[in-house]
Design a protein around this ligand. Structure first.
Ligand SMILES: Cc1cc2nc3c(=O)[nH]c(=O)nc-3n(C[C@H](O)[C@H](O)[C@H](O)COP(=O)(O)O)c2cc1C
Length: 337
């Protein structure tokens, strides 16, 4: 995937890994809106895969591809063991989390604090490369704490590339391991996109993707003039409708416009299957709440989804009712215009 993209000058648009957000239902939704965006799982800890419920942690719908599995861990042997298990699930990429600063993650000595021990990250990547048939990539910050990004970032990159990493995704800000919450660590340390661009100049033959604070597809396109990939997290989740233009803008597909009725029907069918398998509407509907942010009827849409989806016995008809609220508001607006 990455070597092809580099060879052919193809860019990659990705939706970031986000714990509690980019679960399989969210990814299924996003895939109905963009056929090509690369989707990431939530971080899955290697130990959990080894000891926990594998199907629940790794299972996904065939429709989700291309989909990348993000792993958390810092023990090469455990990461390798987790990957041996994960191979059966046929992810298109395996990504190592070197950017997540939560306390839970730090106590396991993985995530962003690995920026401090690049040699460990390199050993992890080498162990993962030895097992994985899919590309192995790293998602990192530009540094942590008092590190000097101009030194820490290229040092980490040189080592993981040496170990065989196929691409690097960089969240273009530092993380502070003490004193900031994970949320603050996504907002307070200043963004430095230029250092990511400089890494691309230094390693023109390496796939480098940029992440952090990118709100619109126009901004994404501007970054893609400098680097190979762009990754959106919060903007893609909170306003998934922006994904509707991704295939046209970044993958050369004709502009067909969003097919919201088709999306409604596909999500209703998906929910029906999910409920048939013992799941609940709410598992899926919670990711759909932000879909029409800013459009007429979106308040009513949100209200229907967030209240009615929780009621006992709620099924796909709630999705139909929510979409109808947007439709009829749109209709009223057209008539009064
Ligand atoms: C709710 C939430 C959960 C996140 N979980 C992860 C995670 O599991 N792994 C990871 O590498 N980054 C995680 N992140 C960070 C995002 O992947 C991304 O790097 C960050 O949000 C910056 O991108 P954005 O400004 O486009 O949102 C998470 C972010 C959010 C908002």
């Amino acid at each position: 995937m990455y070597s092809d993209a580099l060879k052919n000058g193809r860019k990659i648009f990705a939706v970031a890994p986000m714990i509690d957000w980019t679960d399989r239902h969210c990814r299924y939704l996003h895939r109905q809106i963009s056929r090509h965006a690369l989707l990431y799982t939530e971080m899955v800890v290697a130990d959990a895969i080894i000891h926990g419920p594998r199907d629940r942690l790794l299972g996904h719908d065939a429709a989700e591809h291309p989909v990348a599995l993000q792993l958390g861990g810092s023990d090469p042997a455990k990461l390798a063991e987790a990957l041996r298990i994960a191979e059966a699930y046929r992810y298109d990429e395996i990504n190592l989390n070197v950017g997540c600063p939560s306390d839970r993650v730090q106590s396991g000595t993985f995530g962003a604090c690995l920026m401090l021990t690049p040699e460990t990250v390199a050993s992890c990547v080498a162990a993962m490369k030895a097992i994985s048939k899919a590309p192995v990539t790293v998602k990192c910050r530009i540094g942590v704490d008092e590190q000097e990004p101009e030194e820490a970032l290229p040092d980490l990159m040189a080592r993981v590339l040496d170990a065989g990493a196929d691409a690097i995704w960089i969240h273009a800000r530092k993380a502070w391991l003490k004193g900031l919450s994970p949320k603050e660590n996504r907002e307070i340390p200043p963004l430095d996109y230029d250092i990511v661009y400089r890494m691309k100049q230094r390693w023109p033959d390496v796939f480098i993707g940029i992440n952090g604070g990118i709100q619109t597809l126009d901004r994404a396109a501007a970054h893609l003039a400098q680097v190979d990939g762009v990754m959106l997290g919060r903007a893609a989740y909170q306003n998934a409708a922006i994904l509707a233009d991704v295939d046209h803008r970044f993958y050369g597909e004709p502009a067909v416009g969003a097919d919201w009725n088709g999306l409604r029907d596909r999500m209703m069918a998906y929910v029906e299957r999910h409920i048939g398998n013992g799941g609940r509407l709410q598992h899926v509907a919670r990711h759909m709440v932000g879909l029409f942010t800013g459009l007429p009827g979106s308040r009513r849409y949100r209200q229907i989804l967030s209240t009615d989806a929780n009621k006992p016995g709620a099924g796909p008809e709630v999705i139909a009712a929510a979409f109808a609220a947007v439709d009829s508001a749109g209709e009223r607006e057209r008539v009064s215009a």
